[in-house]
Design a protein around this ligand. Sequence first.
Ligand SMILES: Cc1ncc(COP(=O)(O)O)c(C=O)c1O
Length: 370
Amino acid sequence: MSQLANEHGAINLSQGFPDYPCHPALLDALTRAAQAGHNQYAPMAGLPALRQAIAAKLQLSRSIAVDADQEITITAGATQAIFTAIATVLHAGDEAIVLDPSYDSYAPAIAAQGATPVRIDLRAPDYAVDWQQVGDAVTPRTRVILINNPNNPSTSVFSIADLDALAAIAERHDLFVLADEVYEHLVFDGLEHRSVLAHAALRARSFAIYSFGKTFHATGWKIGYCVAPPIMTNEFRKIHQFLVFAVNAPAQHALAEHLAEPARWQALPAFFEAKRDRLAPGLRAAGFRLLPSRGTYFQLADFRNVSGGNSGAMSDVEFARWLTVAHGVACIPLSVFHADGHDAGLVRFCFAKRDETLDAASLRLASLNT
Ligand SMILES: Cc1ncc(COP(=O)(O)O)c(C=O)c1O
């Protein structure tokens, strides 16, 4: 959709990346780190100062004690951490449970190990997990359950009851959990993000994965990290060592410095909630019915009552193409996140954009009603 958006000069609310600059202090720290000569290989597990800064952040923000040396590994983005964690626990013939709609790297990473993704389809509007169904999907070959909380694209946020139910299944069948928590700070309306790291039973069997790209508006830096118990981290690093070896050194220095100021991540919920609320009226005015956006920086919208064209009869893929080409606003059809291509008449808009971009999109969408 980004390519189509570029071809047609459309405002790109499809892919999840900010169009505003990251914090000047972060850029300044990167420049200083490079100029200070931090341009050679970083330690394999990640810069100690960055791992310590992450441990301090976990302590401050969640009162979680993590051993920076034995439990944190810096990765080349969350996607690499996800791949490595999957490669750590899966062998050919194993199964991994994936809750759909899901981030597009999960299933291929599982398949690359010769394992099978067992996909459980969650449905709009709530995308609630039927944990009984998840438990029933476990077989003797199941090794890991993947979760993404807050969830891209559904925007759902797990409750404590969800985590308890997940823990019960994981403990009963002795499974690993891969918790993609890259949107940990993007939770709205006073909701609290419940991390697997704050849940004793899950903490003991989870790879928890994060992304500085999401947290510090720098998706192009591709730096993330994985937190897991020492024995799991040890195995994770055996693959990390030969897959990546070492992650960008100056950027690690810059991030270590940037993390020291808590306000930089504490401000994120209010920052994104304001952006969500800025885009919403324009979408509603254009005839979209909005699903609640509880977390992440995405808004799901039902397009079947949008006037203009023949939206009620279009598939979500047709609608997204039409909106991009004819009205100059790009979005993503939800069916691409479902293994079976389930089409619920929904598209996803990304609101991690400058206010001017969101306003310009609203203006273009207003033409749908004229
Ligand atoms: C759920 C989810 N996990 C992981 C990622 C990728 O993170 P990174 O850019 O750090 O690899 C994304 C990016 O869109 C995502 O939405």
